[in-house]
Design a protein around this ligand. Sequence first.
Ligand SMILES: Nc1ncnc2c1ncn2[C@@H]1O[C@H](COP(=O)(O)OP(=O)(O)O)[C@@H](O)[C@H]1O
Ligand SMILES: O=C(O)C1=C[C@@H](OP(=O)(O)O)[C@@H](O)[C@H](O)C1
Length: 473
Amino acid sequence: MGTVADSLRAGPITSFVVSLGNEFEGSFAHLVLFEDEHPAVDRLEVRIHDDTLCLVAGSNAGEDGGLLAWFEDDPSDTRRFEDVGLGDAVVDVHEHTFSFACGRHEDVDLFAGHRPNRSFLAMRDTVIERLPAVDILDDDTLLGQLDADGVRRDVFPNAHSWAGHRGRKSAPLSTDEPAHVNILPGTNAYMEGTAVAPAAGTVLNALATGTGSAFAIDAELRAEVRLEPDAPVSGTIAGEPDADTELIERCVELVTERFGNGEGGTVRTESNIPLAAGLKSSSAAANATVLATLSALDATSEVSRADAARIGVQAARDAGVTATGAFDDASASMLGGVTVTNNHEDELLARDTVEWDVLVWTPLERAYSADADIERCQQVAPMAELVADLALDGHYERAMTVNGLAFSAALGFSPEPLIEAMPHVAGVSLSGTGPSVTAVGNRDDLERVERLWEQREGTTWLTTTQTDGTRTR
Ligand SMILES: Nc1ncnc2c1ncn2[C@@H]1O[C@H](COP(=O)(O)OP(=O)(O)O)[C@@H](O)[C@H]1O
Ligand SMILES: O=C(O)C1=C[C@@H](OP(=O)(O)O)[C@@H](O)[C@H](O)C1
């Protein structure tokens, strides 16, 4: 333990942690200061005022640099500050998350590019790509190493660690708790990884025969993993405080047991894919978590992407969220495009690249695949075999329509949205065990169907297929 000023004197701060008893923990990585622009800054303090945690930068030589950020109980609170005495500084606070940068003014603009309707997460992508990356300097030498566009990329090989200034707070802060700062010298104290996985729609539901087929669509789930030695694994799902986190926690465990030293830590997913709506949020969550954990361990090259998907499938089986393991959905989300699989053997039978426009209708209800009536699905096995033949011959659109009629009937969903769409589209089906319905075809025709489906309760949205699959960030 030491003060920030001690650390400033000792050399670059690469990471530090703020903790307030058990109630709050925040970590701040890669504090960037330009010594020539603010030579006197030698203090970063955490203070508590009125149940509020404040991050304050200052100088022993002069007055306090200013309040950089605070936390309050309202998680929707997002604030930003500039020019608070550290040259140019930007702080964003969102859902108890700090993001903090200092630098030259033009770089800060690049960094922050505050756009009202963009999520904090998206803004952090901007940070990662365009960061004016210079560690704390005691002279101007590193400035000469900036790229022509003012970015020194090599400083942040793990750029997400820059952006990962995360605070968590499970209870209101108390003024009784002393605030202190732990300095963690050296490079990244935490191993961090981020990955993004797409949702998917169904060509063939595997619940009848074990053969399944799915196609990736352009809706994303992001997983952020932070590993520490000897820690339990704890997961959170943004916006879903009551959802079951066992799947993503198991993914972290399986990967660290096999490719690391059994590290634990935190995993957090954030997504616009509705959960348990037939759009493969579970496969996307597992895939993104597996790749993010591999990335945190610097082990992404040690496993093929198909095998990485198989790890997620194992986690889904262990967590009890799947009927067959759903390697069809997992492989489509991991590899992109359309896949056909044997889920009993976790075997990839075919993969193809498709470029379709896709219309999705997601009703309000939810349908967990673990609760699906498998026996009813097995009753339509002859239809499923026909769908598999069509899919393996590359007739995906026709295959999905047959699938849609068969599984809507078996699982008790109305075929009406399919019937409405059928004259206009190339293919339409119930997705997974429902309740979402997806249609593929040309854009104009899908827009016509969109107007019909919009009369229904729920959400109707247009997207496209996705061919890249799951990616680390
Ligand atoms: N965004 C997410 N983050 C973490 N876990 C998730 C997420 N979405 C789904 N899951 C896990 O998957 C389960 C739902 O799986 P499932 O019913 O197959 O839904 P889907 O059809 O959307 O994949 C949830 O109970 C949860 O355990
Ligand atoms: O749990 C499973 O084994 C499956 C669940 C279904 O998907 P959803 O999870 O989208 O309902 C289905 O389409 C897939 O072929 C297999």
